[in-house]
Ligand binder design. Structure first.
Ligand code: G3P
Ligand code: MG
Length: 250
């Protein structure tokens, strides 16, 4: 079942801020979002940082990759200029810094574990262990995130490291063994591409008793349609068009 926010800001601030940065989380907050999705990858020295692509070039100036760069070097890298010159001071953040920002601002997190190729198990394990440590340090007020990943191995490692932190399995498209995978992972939800979701599959997922979350919904009409199919929640890039209160407005 889905006991989480229904409308989630994708990569922090959707299309309104440089993705996976502190500025993005602040942007989501400014638009009234208390629920964000973001991507987490390991640096060369095994520190979880926010990053979508394994290689620089699209959101970070320069060449190279996250998995071959030390965290302290990553934290100096410009992650904002690509979006707009006014974000030139924005840097790649650590997962820990974003976790603490979200906890301090009552922002629910969907932490997408995004391993660089070859680092699936390690990434799942490190992210889960760190999350567990931060939750313990935060005390009773700390709110656990929901993990998700396209990597079965990463999620399985997260389950072994921190079984009590809930998991959603990401599939870009229908796969015949989806239910078997959810059971093995003891996942609470299936997360999928809204473009590939069919009414029939949505019904199967809901009948099986799982939460159903979609990415990335950028039109209110499509949001209304898939919610009428039983979709529990979705993330959006259009936080200006689809507000955090969208469901109440349907
Ligand atoms: O977690 C939902 C969505 O973020 C998955 O795709 O490529 O945007 O990380 P991507
Ligand atoms: Mg993502």
């Amino acid at each position: 079942m889905w006991s989480y926010p229904k409308i989630v800001a994708h990569r922090g601030g959707g299309s309104l801020a440089p993705e996976n940065t502190l500025a993005a989380m602040q942007c989501g907050l400014d638009y009234g979002f208390h629920a964000v999705e973001f991507d987490v990858m390991l640096s060369k020295d095994g520190v979880p940082v926010l990053m979508h692509d394994p290689d620089f070039g699209r959101t970070v100036a320069g060449s190279g990759s996250v998995a071959t760069t030390l965290a302290n070097e990553l934290f100096q890298m410009d992650a904002g200029s690509w979006f707009d010159p006014r974000f030139a001071q924005v840097r790649i953040p650590s997962y820990e810094a974003i976790f603490l920002f979200c906890q301090a601002n009552q922002i629910w997190m969907n932490v997408e574990i995004k391993p660089a190729p070859g680092f699936e198990k390690e990434t799942g394990s490190v992210v889960a262990s760190l999350t567990q440590k931060l939750l313990l340090a935060g005390g009773a007020a700390a709110k656990p995130p929901l993990f998700s990943s396209f990597s079965f191995d990463a999620l399985m490692s997260a389950k072994l490291a921190a079984p009590e932190i809930a998991r959603g399995y990401l599939l870009d498209d229908y796969e015949p063994d989806w239910l078997d995978s959810l059971r093995k992972l003891e996942a609470v939800a299936l997360h999928t591409n809204q473009k590939k979701l069919t009414l029939a599959w949505a019904k199967e997922i809901k009948t099986a008793g799982y939460g159903l979350f979609c990415y990335t919904v950028n039109s209110p009409e499509r949001g209304r349609e898939i919610m009428s199919w039983g979709v529990d929640g979705f993330c959006t890039d259009r936080i200006d068009l689809i507000g955090a209160d969208f469901v109440e407005c349907i």
